[in-house]
Design a protein around this ligand. Structure first.
Ligand code: HAM
Length: 369
């Protein structure tokens, strides 16, 4: 509540808070950044070389209205870089997020960027927003009338038809930045230019968590102006660690919703490579052959070869049928006779050729081939 902000939707409407049997109040994690900051403080990470770069993959819970791309339990992959104020780090984190999507094969994404200032310049900006919006009270949706009093910044990202044109014409945070924040934002835009990242400065981008300072950004499929389209988002939170009891520590990070990624990969029909089939199928006939097969399969796996071992006591014909459909390239066939002579039958399933090789040569043969 302290870190995300009591008046945010996430805290005010969406937290799963319950009492356990001892009467302790528990809350299912509604995001990952505050937890990472807590860990940074608790484990004295300010003594490490800065910035400290961390990542997480976590289930996240928010009591939202479930719909496509918006779930009450979802998963986030996120990164946080703590202990550095340089705008080059902002550019590095944004570039990392962007390259992550590009490497997954997603296209048609847009990068929305804004700077919402700091404790020095934001109060005056909020006052000018309040002044502007108080002239429109009658036209605002009920949520926005409440925001006008309790969470002014969030007026800007209301998606209601009545509120959008009012927000469009509202004063812009980037026009109220102090010298330090303005310089930081200019530098960041310069770096994004150097990296050839196509960004759009969107003055209505303010984010749903109160801890942000300076840089905020979101990455979403082009042309989808709905909140549940955003695949990833983040920003700077230079006061959060201090607010949670640590030393003043600037930081920036981002998180991506795994379900949103999957949704977009499907929508864009991105080909997902399957896992490679096992290289070797191990067939055996008789118990002493099976004993040897169990041993050899494990030895092969320890040396890095993927092996499928035939289970049960099926006929050789049925095992070879399974070998062919498994996608394995080679079959190693061990029978009672082979055990006696210390050899195996080594079959190339593609070429339908086979020969006897010594047991000790199986691994080197597979590796050589
Ligand atoms: P967030 O924008 O609230 O930011 O969530 C990050 C991402 O999680 C969203 O862009 C979206 O892809 C996904 N997401 C959010 N809510 C849902 C939901 N109900 N169902 C499915 N996916 C969802 C944060 O949580 C910040 N902690 C990000 C951050 C990291 N800022 C700095 N560092």
């Amino acid at each position: 509540m302290r870190s995300i902000g009591e008046e945010t939707d996430i805290v005010a409407k969406e937290m799963y808070t319950l009492e356990d049997k001892s009467g302790d109040s528990l809350t299912l994690r509604p995001e990952g950044t505050a937890s990472v900051c807590r860990a940074y403080i608790e484990h004295g990470m300010h003594t490490l070389s800065q910035p400290v770069k961390l990542y997480y993959y976590a289930s996240i819970f928010r009591y939202e209205r479930p719909q496509a791309g918006r779930y009450r339990e979802h998963h986030q992959f996120g990164v946080e870089a703590l202990g550095e104020a340089d705008p080059a780090l902002d550019a590095e984190v944004i570039d990392m997020a962007w390259q992550f999507y590009v490497n997954l094969g997603l296209s048609g994404l847009v990068l929305n960027l804004n700077s919402i200032g700091c404790n020095i310049c934001r109060p005056a900006y909020l006052n000018s927003l309040k002044e502007y919006y108080s002239g429109y009270q009658e036209s605002l949706c009920p949520d926005c009338r409440r925001r006008l009093v309790k969470n002014t910044l969030r007026l800007l990202d209301c998606k209601k038809t009545a509120c959008v044109p009012i927000a469009e014409r509202a004063p812009r945070s980037t026009d109220s930045l102090c010298g330090e924040c303005a310089g930081h934002f200019e530098q960041l835009k310069k770096y994004l230019g150097i990296l050839a990242l196509p960004y759009t400065v969107n003055h209505r981008l303010v984010r749903g968590l109160d801890y942000y300072t300076k840089t905020v950004f979101e990455i979403a499929p082009e042309g989808e102006d709905v909140a549940q389209a955003t695949v990833g988002a983040g920003g700077r939170y230079d006061n959060l660690i201090e607010q949670l009891g640590g030393k003043p520590t600037p930081a920036i990070g981002f998180a991506t919703g795994i379900e949103r990624l999957v949704l977009n990969l499907k929508k864009q029909k991105v080909h997902i490579p399957g896992t490679a089939p096992a290289k070797v199928f191990m067939a055996c006939l008789g118990q002493s052959a099976k004993d040897e097969a169990v041993r050899l399969a494990s030895e092969m796996r320890r040396s890095g070869i993927n092996v499928i071992l035939a289970f049960g006591g099926r006929s050789l014909k049925s095992q070879l049928k399974q070998a062919n459909s498994s996608g394995a390239r080679y079959a190693v066939i061990i029978g009672e006779d082979e055990i006696k002579s210390g050899s195996v039958l080594f079959r190339d399933l593609d070429k339908a050729e086979q020969r006897n090789i010594h047991l000790d040569e199986v691994i080197t043969t597979v590796k050589r081939l």
